[in-house]
Design a protein around this ligand. Structure first.
Ligand code: PGA
Length: 256
């Protein structure tokens, strides 16, 4: 099966939740529950939680990621964090272009490309988010939109650099709404993303790319979503704030 060619990754996206102390508590709770060799386990946390998260996760299989980074190396960008700063701390992954950043913070396909490039050049792995709104889905332009977001995000990246990219398909209408895409709907778009990547980089690179689904993935629906051929993992918001629920999703990925 082609699925065996790629890494399954279950990533939590904590968004703007948990203080540093709460971070220590939650990760300590999760550590014994998510031990596995069957998939990679990652928690993407707010910038101020990175330090306690890295410390608490030390010696476990939990990897730590950030939720954003700036595309410049350094300079007069008050309030921003560079990819080099994250790398030096021991952060491994960074989420780029989450729909909340696109919606509330003026993120565009072009800045997603710049941030992903900066992250990879700094030695980080980038989880690049793509996804359509409900209106776009109803207009029947989902595949065109996803093609465009994917192609622009990857502009200028080599096949070698693609090895440090994960793409997360997150339909905007499914994020935090409790409305999940059906496993078939999610698979259709994830397969489409792989096809777009195949067109850009060839079959081998496309088959090696980890593609996640995100949007109300939870302990109940994870196994079905993760059983699909082109869904290699999940980007999980709400359910990653509960140790039990998150561990059920990790187990579903490890067994799938
Ligand atoms: P959700 O969020 O699981 O709470 O829908 C997913 C995400 O935004 O990454």
């Amino acid at each position: 099966m082609k699925k065996d060619l790629r890494k399954a990754i279950i990533a939590g996206n904590w968004k703007m939740n948990k203080t540093p102390n709460e971070t220590k508590e939650l990760i300590a709770q999760m550590k014994p529950l998510v031990q596995t060799n069957g998939c990679e386990v990652l928690l993407c946390v707010p910038f101020v939680d990175l330090c306690p998260a890295l410390k608490t996760a030390e010696g476990s299989n939990i990897k730590i990621g950030a939720e954003n980074c700036h595309f410049e190396k350094s300079g007069a960008f008050t309030g921003e964090i560079s990819a080099d700063m994250l790398k030096e701390m021991g952060v491994e992954y960074v989420i780029i272009g989450h729909s909340e950043r696109r919606q509330y913070f003026g993120e565009t396909d072009e800045t997603v490309n710049k941030r992903a490039t900066a992250a990879i050049n700094a030695g980080l792995k980038a989880i690049i988010c793509v996804g359509e709104t409900l209106t776009q889905r109803e207009q029947g332009i989902t595949s065109e939109l996803i093609s465009m977001q994917t192609k622009i995000a990857l502009l200028g990246l080599s096949e070698e650099q693609l090895k440090n990219v994960v793409i997360a398909y997150e339909p905007v209408w499914a994020i935090g709404t409790g409305k999940t895409a059906t496993a078939e709907e999610a698979e259709e778009v994830c397969a489409h993303i792989r096809n777009v990547v195949k067109g850009l980089y060839g079959e081998k690179a496309a088959n090696a790319l980890t593609i996640q689904y995100g949007g109300s993935m939870n302990a109940k629906n994870a196994a079905e979503l993760l059983s699909k051929e082109d869904i290699d993992g999940g980007l999980i918001g709400g359910a990653s704030l509960k140790a039990e629920d998150f561990s059920v999703i990790v187990k579903a990925a490890a067994n799938g």
